[in-house]
Ligand binder design. Structure first.
Ligand code: CA2
Length: 147
């Protein structure tokens, strides 16, 4: 049985590829999911890829991952900078957590430099465009093989 990984995406990431390509690139979220699924096939991982605009839904999915996934890759969108609830949920998850940001949050407004999720994340990838998802999945595969 391949190890299952949840890849969770926060608010507005459903708009990827439709607006602000200078910041977030041209790929749509469906493109990103397709690339992640292909990579997971190579890495021997089973992917569950989801997006929600709602904080509580993301919290529910992180809780669901406790029984259903070995690792979480998460781009929490703007909840990165605001959500203690998401941090608390991630703190109740035992496996590796990798935080992904498409843009370089450190090159933008000051408020984007603080992440509640980083207090729990085992790794953080920012500013690598949508390639960051693949980098995060490779890291997860390594961590699950050699904890
Ligand atoms: O760089 C990232 O991946 C972010 O997590 C994206 C969030 C932002 O609030 C974080 O500070 C950094 C915003 C996601 C919005 O995505 C859009 C994509 C295309 C068009 C409009 C919004």
């Amino acid at each position: 049985m391949p190890d299952r990984v949840f890849a969770l995406n926060g608010p507005n990431l459903n708009l990827l590829g439709q607006r602000q390509p200078e910041i977030y690139g041209a790929a749509t979220l469906a493109d990103v999911e397709r690339e992640c699924a292909a990579l997971c096939g190579e890495l021997g991982l089973a992917l569950e890829f989801r997006q929600s605009n709602h904080e509580g839904v993301l919290v529910d999915w992180v809780q669901e991952a406790r029984g259903a996934a070995k690792a979480i890759v998460i781009n929490p969108g703007a909840f990165t900078h605001t959500s203690v609830a998401l941090l608390d949920a991630l703190n109740a998850f035992d496996g590796p957590v990798i935080e992904v940001h498409i843009s370089n949050v450190h090159k933008r407004e000051d408020f984007r430099r603080h992440s509640y999720v980083s207090l729990r994340a085992d790794g953080v990838i920012a500013g690598c465009g949508t390639d960051g998802y693949g980098l995060a999945l490779r890291r997860v595969a390594n961590l699950l093989a050699r904890p």
